[in-house]
Write a protein that binds this ligand. Structure first.
Ligand code: ADP
Length: 394
């Protein structure tokens, strides 16, 4: 199990002339985890999140970062703010400079990086969020989703270990929200610990490794999502609702379906349960193939004709893969939850192509293997070079 990166020990906080907003909270976050702090408005989520990088100092109790108590002198605060990046709900409050470049450069410049290092940090950060080429644009002319990405790049430019997002999808439409949650996954995959606050149970349930239910300034429950949301009494205490997939699985269980110990967290999990119940197996006698293409690894100019020559649908995983699809005019069927959707398709005997980049290529094989272990159904994963040559069988 990985190291604890953040810890709260019996923290309390009271705003001046107000009742206690945080009433004695203890928990920890491990390196690499995806944590969702879930609770209704006024639960204390924002207050708690702001303690993680020292913006709010607890009235009592302590916060630890890397096992060291957070200190509140200017130098220590600068240090913790570099290690724990904070994204406000409203990016307009975070973006301060007249151009994207200047805004993203603000953090590393303040940290005393020289000009070349600032330039390199901005370049990497903009690439990570898919905003290469936006350097000279005025941030206030960008869309809501793009502004969020500028704010995220500003934080990433300081290369923090932990990213804290207060209500990350506020103000975004459903597809913008999906893109943003995928960016969070991408950053997590690149090694960042991610903590979000939300009141959206449907968003938190499939995404988080661990959920902390918060209400009236205290923790109601803290566990893996199916357990944390699994007890309706606690969910009611937190003024939330049970995620649909979990509710459905309870109803199916009452009707004689076999529900695995780890409750369904995706449509794929649910289809698996239903197919098993109806047919005793969960797939086509000859499942389709999933082809994976790392679009960073060559010229993608012939991909469109490769796709056209086949009965295949295309999904893109990650910011750069989506940009590649747009550039090459490849019609995208899937842009979120891509691996599961391609597995579902393979289970109907149909093929798909996943476009992705560097570190996420391996995720496909890992997920498909995990699925094979759970279900007993093996799906073939094949790699493809961007120029259309099969490179190896997975
Ligand atoms: P959430 O993020 O879950 O909506 P908050 O942390 O914003 O909750 O608020 C927790 C409690 O603290 C609420 O009762 C809220 O009214 C109160 N509160 C938040 N900000 C302030 C403030 N600046 N001054 C006084 N009370 C505040």
């Amino acid at each position: 199990m990985s190291r604890i990166v953040l810890e709260a020990r019996d923290v309390r906080y009271q705003y001046p002339r107000s009742r206690e907003a945080i009433t004695g909270i203890s928990f920890h976050v491990r390196r690499g985890e995806k944590i969702a702090l879930v609770g209704p408005n006024g639960a204390g989520k924002s207050t708690l999140l702001q303690m993680f990088n020292g913006m709010i100092r607890p009235t009592s109790g302590i916060l630890l970062f890397d096992n060291e108590p957070v200190r509140y002198d200017t130098r220590s605060l600068r240090q913790i703010r570099r290690r724990v990046g904070f994204l406000l709900q409203n990016p307009d409050r975070q973006i301060i400079a007249p151009t994207v470049y200047q805004d993203v450069a603000f953090g590393p410049t303040n940290l005393g990086y020289d000009e070349a290092a600032v330039k390199a940090a901005v370049e990497v950060a903009l690439r990570q969020v898919g905003l290469e080429g936006f350097e000279r644009r005025p941030p206030h002319h960008l869309s809501g989703g793009e502004k969020k990405r500028v704010a995220i790049a500003g934080v990433l430019a300081m290369d923090p270990d932990v990213l804290v997002f207060d209500e990350p999808t506020t103000g975004l439409d459903p597809s913008g929200s999906e893109d943003l949650m995928e960016l969070l996954d991408e950053l997590n995959h690149a090694g960042k610990t991610i903590i979000i606050s939300t009141h959206d149970v449907e968003l938190a349930y499939p995404w988080a490794d661990r959920v902390i239910l918060l209400a009236d300034g205290r923790i109601i429950r803290e566990d893996v999502p199916d357990v944390a949301f699994g007890n309706p009494t606690y969910v009611r205490m937190a003024h939330l609702s049970v995620p649909t997939l979990l509710e459905l699985s309870v109803e199916l269980e009452k009707r004689g379906f076999t529900i695995p110990k780890r409750k369904p967290r995706s449509v794929l999990d649910m289809v698996h349960i239903i197919e098993n119940h109806l047919h005793g197996s969960c797939g086509h006698p000859s499942p389709g193939t999933i082809t994976v293409c790392n679009v960073d690894e060559g010229d993608t100019g012939t991909l469109a004709s490769w796709v056209k020559a086949r009965t295949i649908v295309v999904g893109a995983m990650g910011t750069r893969a989506k940009q590649c699809a747009e550039r090459e005019a490849l019609p995208l069927e899937f842009t979120y939850g891509v691996i599961d959707k391609c597995i579902l398709r393979a289970l109907r005997g149909k093929d798909s192509l996943i476009l992705t980049t560097g570190s996420m290529v391996g995720r496909v094989a890992v997920r498909v293997e995990a699925y094979a272990k759970e279900s007993g159904t093996t799906i073939r994963v094949v790699s493809l070079d961007p120029d259309g040559q099969p490179s190896q069988n997975g």
